[in-house]
Design a protein around this ligand. Structure first.
Ligand SMILES: [Zn+2]
Ligand SMILES: [Zn+2]
Length: 244
Protein backbone atom coordinates (compact mmCIF):
# COMPACT_ATOMS: atom_id res chain seq x y z
CA UNK A 1 0.00 0.00 0.00
CA UNK A 2 2.78 2.45 0.90
CA UNK A 3 4.50 1.74 -2.44
CA UNK A 4 1.29 2.33 -4.36
CA UNK A 5 0.67 5.63 -2.55
CA UNK A 6 4.27 6.71 -3.16
CA UNK A 7 4.01 5.85 -6.85
CA UNK A 8 0.68 7.64 -7.32
CA UNK A 9 1.87 10.73 -5.42
CA UNK A 10 5.07 10.87 -7.48
CA UNK A 11 3.09 10.33 -10.72
CA UNK A 12 0.77 13.26 -10.09
CA UNK A 13 3.31 15.66 -8.59
CA UNK A 14 5.74 15.08 -11.44
CA UNK A 15 2.95 15.30 -14.01
CA UNK A 16 1.63 18.51 -12.47
CA UNK A 17 4.96 20.35 -12.73
CA UNK A 18 5.38 19.05 -16.27
CA UNK A 19 2.01 20.23 -17.52
CA UNK A 20 1.77 23.40 -15.42
CA UNK A 21 5.35 24.65 -15.36
CA UNK A 22 7.32 23.05 -18.20
CA UNK A 23 4.56 22.86 -20.78
CA UNK A 24 1.97 25.58 -20.16
CA UNK A 25 4.35 28.14 -18.60
CA UNK A 26 7.88 27.62 -19.99
CA UNK A 27 7.01 26.42 -23.50
CA UNK A 28 3.74 28.27 -24.15
CA UNK A 29 3.71 31.22 -21.74
CA UNK A 30 -0.05 30.86 -21.21
CA UNK A 31 0.34 32.89 -18.00
CA UNK A 32 2.95 35.01 -16.30
CA UNK A 33 4.34 34.95 -12.75
CA UNK A 34 6.78 36.98 -10.69
CA UNK A 35 10.47 36.00 -10.57
CA UNK A 36 9.85 34.68 -7.03
CA UNK A 37 7.09 32.29 -8.11
CA UNK A 38 9.04 31.32 -11.23
CA UNK A 39 11.87 30.14 -8.98
CA UNK A 40 9.46 28.53 -6.50
CA UNK A 41 7.83 26.42 -9.22
CA UNK A 42 11.21 25.65 -10.75
CA UNK A 43 12.35 24.33 -7.36
CA UNK A 44 9.14 22.31 -7.10
CA UNK A 45 9.90 20.87 -10.55
CA UNK A 46 13.26 19.60 -9.32
CA UNK A 47 11.73 18.18 -6.14
CA UNK A 48 8.85 16.50 -7.99
CA UNK A 49 10.75 15.13 -10.99
CA UNK A 50 13.79 14.29 -8.88
CA UNK A 51 15.97 11.77 -10.71
CA UNK A 52 14.39 12.63 -14.08
CA UNK A 53 14.44 16.44 -13.73
CA UNK A 54 13.92 18.18 -17.07
CA UNK A 55 15.49 21.57 -17.74
CA UNK A 56 12.53 23.95 -18.34
CA UNK A 57 14.28 26.04 -21.02
CA UNK A 58 15.40 22.97 -22.96
CA UNK A 59 11.94 21.43 -22.61
CA UNK A 60 10.45 24.70 -23.86
CA UNK A 61 12.69 24.94 -26.95
CA UNK A 62 12.12 21.30 -27.87
CA UNK A 63 8.39 21.53 -27.38
CA UNK A 64 8.12 24.68 -29.49
CA UNK A 65 9.90 22.77 -32.29
CA UNK A 66 7.34 19.97 -31.87
CA UNK A 67 4.45 22.38 -32.45
CA UNK A 68 6.18 24.11 -35.37
CA UNK A 69 7.15 20.85 -37.11
CA UNK A 70 4.59 18.35 -35.80
CA UNK A 71 4.79 15.06 -37.72
CA UNK A 72 7.45 16.21 -40.13
CA UNK A 73 11.10 15.12 -40.26
CA UNK A 74 12.08 18.11 -38.12
CA UNK A 75 9.74 17.07 -35.30
CA UNK A 76 11.80 16.03 -32.22
CA UNK A 77 9.38 13.13 -31.68
CA UNK A 78 6.71 11.66 -33.94
CA UNK A 79 5.23 8.17 -34.14
CA UNK A 80 5.05 8.77 -37.88
CA UNK A 81 8.86 8.77 -38.22
CA UNK A 82 9.97 6.71 -35.22
CA UNK A 83 9.20 3.03 -35.65
CA UNK A 84 8.41 2.33 -32.01
CA UNK A 85 8.05 4.03 -28.65
CA UNK A 86 11.63 3.33 -27.56
CA UNK A 87 13.16 4.64 -30.74
CA UNK A 88 11.10 7.78 -30.33
CA UNK A 89 12.26 8.19 -26.71
CA UNK A 90 15.87 7.66 -27.82
CA UNK A 91 15.62 10.32 -30.53
CA UNK A 92 13.90 12.72 -28.13
CA UNK A 93 16.72 12.20 -25.63
CA UNK A 94 19.21 12.99 -28.40
CA UNK A 95 17.41 16.24 -29.16
CA UNK A 96 17.23 17.14 -25.47
CA UNK A 97 20.93 16.49 -24.84
CA UNK A 98 21.90 18.31 -28.04
CA UNK A 99 20.07 21.45 -26.90
CA UNK A 100 21.35 21.07 -23.33
CA UNK A 101 25.03 20.70 -24.28
CA UNK A 102 24.92 23.11 -27.22
CA UNK A 103 25.67 20.56 -29.97
CA UNK A 104 22.27 21.31 -31.49
CA UNK A 105 21.42 24.90 -32.36
CA UNK A 106 17.78 25.85 -31.77
CA UNK A 107 16.04 28.32 -34.06
CA UNK A 108 16.17 31.79 -32.53
CA UNK A 109 12.35 32.01 -32.32
CA UNK A 110 12.31 28.97 -29.99
CA UNK A 111 14.73 30.52 -27.48
CA UNK A 112 12.80 33.62 -26.40
CA UNK A 113 11.30 34.22 -22.99
CA UNK A 114 12.27 30.99 -21.24
CA UNK A 115 12.81 30.56 -17.47
CA UNK A 116 16.45 30.22 -16.39
CA UNK A 117 17.99 29.44 -13.01
CA UNK A 118 21.49 28.21 -13.88
CA UNK A 119 22.46 27.02 -10.39
CA UNK A 120 19.38 24.87 -9.94
CA UNK A 121 19.64 23.61 -13.52
CA UNK A 122 23.23 22.49 -12.95
CA UNK A 123 22.20 20.76 -9.74
CA UNK A 124 19.14 19.06 -11.23
CA UNK A 125 21.05 17.83 -14.27
CA UNK A 126 24.02 16.53 -12.26
CA UNK A 127 24.53 12.80 -11.84
CA UNK A 128 24.97 13.45 -8.09
CA UNK A 129 21.38 14.74 -7.91
CA UNK A 130 19.94 12.06 -10.20
CA UNK A 131 21.66 9.23 -8.32
CA UNK A 132 20.78 10.66 -4.90
CA UNK A 133 17.11 10.81 -5.85
CA UNK A 134 17.30 7.29 -7.23
CA UNK A 135 18.83 6.05 -3.98
CA UNK A 136 16.09 7.79 -2.00
CA UNK A 137 13.38 6.05 -4.04
CA UNK A 138 15.19 2.73 -3.63
CA UNK A 139 15.48 3.23 0.13
CA UNK A 140 11.73 3.87 0.31
CA UNK A 141 11.07 0.63 -1.56
CA UNK A 142 13.51 -1.26 0.67
CA UNK A 143 11.67 0.02 3.73
CA UNK A 144 8.07 -0.42 2.56
CA UNK A 145 7.82 -2.99 -0.27
CA UNK A 146 5.80 -6.02 0.87
CA UNK A 147 5.94 -8.12 -2.31
CA UNK A 148 8.54 -8.66 -5.01
CA UNK A 149 6.33 -7.36 -7.85
CA UNK A 150 6.10 -3.93 -6.22
CA UNK A 151 9.75 -3.42 -7.21
CA UNK A 152 8.63 -3.39 -10.86
CA UNK A 153 7.36 0.16 -10.29
CA UNK A 154 10.76 1.47 -9.20
CA UNK A 155 12.36 1.87 -12.67
CA UNK A 156 9.29 3.86 -13.76
CA UNK A 157 9.93 6.30 -10.90
CA UNK A 158 13.53 6.79 -12.08
CA UNK A 159 12.26 8.06 -15.47
CA UNK A 160 8.96 9.65 -14.45
CA UNK A 161 9.44 12.93 -16.41
CA UNK A 162 10.38 11.40 -19.79
CA UNK A 163 7.80 8.65 -19.22
CA UNK A 164 4.97 11.19 -19.11
CA UNK A 165 6.36 12.91 -22.19
CA UNK A 166 6.56 9.61 -24.07
CA UNK A 167 2.97 8.63 -23.20
CA UNK A 168 1.63 11.81 -24.77
CA UNK A 169 4.09 12.06 -27.66
CA UNK A 170 3.41 8.48 -28.70
CA UNK A 171 -0.12 7.49 -27.68
CA UNK A 172 -1.77 10.92 -28.11
CA UNK A 173 -0.39 11.00 -31.65
CA UNK A 174 -1.83 7.55 -32.44
CA UNK A 175 -4.96 6.75 -30.46
CA UNK A 176 -8.09 8.60 -29.46
CA UNK A 177 -10.62 10.93 -31.02
CA UNK A 178 -10.33 14.16 -32.98
CA UNK A 179 -12.36 17.30 -32.22
CA UNK A 180 -10.48 19.58 -34.56
CA UNK A 181 -9.03 18.25 -37.81
CA UNK A 182 -5.33 19.27 -37.90
CA UNK A 183 -2.55 18.60 -40.41
CA UNK A 184 -0.76 16.56 -37.71
CA UNK A 185 -1.70 13.25 -36.05
CA UNK A 186 -2.66 14.68 -32.63
CA UNK A 187 -5.59 13.04 -30.86
CA UNK A 188 -7.48 13.26 -27.59
CA UNK A 189 -6.77 10.16 -25.52
CA UNK A 190 -9.71 10.49 -23.12
CA UNK A 191 -12.43 13.11 -22.50
CA UNK A 192 -12.13 13.16 -18.70
CA UNK A 193 -8.39 13.15 -18.39
CA UNK A 194 -7.79 12.24 -14.78
CA UNK A 195 -4.81 10.08 -15.74
CA UNK A 196 -2.66 12.69 -17.56
CA UNK A 197 -4.00 15.91 -15.93
CA UNK A 198 -5.27 17.30 -19.23
CA UNK A 199 -2.21 16.51 -21.35
CA UNK A 200 -4.19 13.72 -23.00
CA UNK A 201 -6.50 16.30 -24.64
CA UNK A 202 -3.74 16.68 -27.16
CA UNK A 203 -5.70 17.32 -30.36
CA UNK A 204 -7.44 20.24 -28.63
CA UNK A 205 -4.05 21.55 -27.52
CA UNK A 206 -2.45 21.29 -30.97
CA UNK A 207 -5.40 23.25 -32.37
CA UNK A 208 -5.41 25.96 -29.67
CA UNK A 209 -1.79 26.03 -28.50
CA UNK A 210 -2.20 29.24 -26.46
CA UNK A 211 -5.37 28.11 -24.66
CA UNK A 212 -4.67 27.29 -20.97
CA UNK A 213 -7.75 25.02 -20.72
CA UNK A 214 -7.12 21.89 -22.78
CA UNK A 215 -10.80 20.91 -22.71
CA UNK A 216 -12.75 22.47 -25.58
CA UNK A 217 -16.09 20.62 -25.23
CA UNK A 218 -18.37 20.87 -22.19
CA UNK A 219 -17.94 17.16 -21.50
CA UNK A 220 -14.16 17.28 -21.45
CA UNK A 221 -12.25 17.77 -18.22
CA UNK A 222 -8.72 19.14 -17.98
CA UNK A 223 -8.01 18.80 -14.22
CA UNK A 224 -5.12 21.29 -14.34
CA UNK A 225 -7.39 24.10 -15.56
CA UNK A 226 -9.23 24.66 -12.21
CA UNK A 227 -5.81 24.71 -10.48
CA UNK A 228 -4.62 27.37 -12.93
CA UNK A 229 -7.77 29.43 -12.31
CA UNK A 230 -7.26 29.12 -8.55
CA UNK A 231 -3.61 30.22 -8.79
CA UNK A 232 -4.77 33.15 -10.93
CA UNK A 233 -7.46 34.09 -8.38
CA UNK A 234 -4.85 33.96 -5.62
CA UNK A 235 -2.61 36.33 -7.58
CA UNK A 236 0.20 33.76 -7.85
CA UNK A 237 0.00 33.67 -11.65
CA UNK A 238 -1.64 35.99 -14.17
CA UNK A 239 -3.48 34.52 -17.14
CA UNK A 240 -2.86 36.35 -20.39
CA UNK A 241 -5.70 38.63 -21.44
CA UNK A 242 -6.34 36.87 -24.73
CA UNK A 243 -7.03 33.60 -22.92
CA UNK A 244 -10.68 32.54 -23.06
ZN1 LIG B 1 1.95 16.73 -30.01
ZN1 LIG C 1 2.24 22.29 -26.32
Amino acid sequence: MAILLFFVAHWYLSLFVQTFYLHRYAAHRMFTMSPFWEKAFHLLTWLAQGSSYLNPAVYGMMHRAHHAYADTEQDPHSPKYDGNLFRMMWRTAGWYNGLLYGTKQPEERFTRDLPHWPRLERLGESWASRIAWGLLYTAFYAAFATAWWQWLFLPLQFIMGPLHGAIINWYAHRYGYVNHPTPDTSRNLMPVDLLMLGEGLHNNHHTHAARPNFGTQWWELDPTWPVIRLLHALGIIRLRKAAP
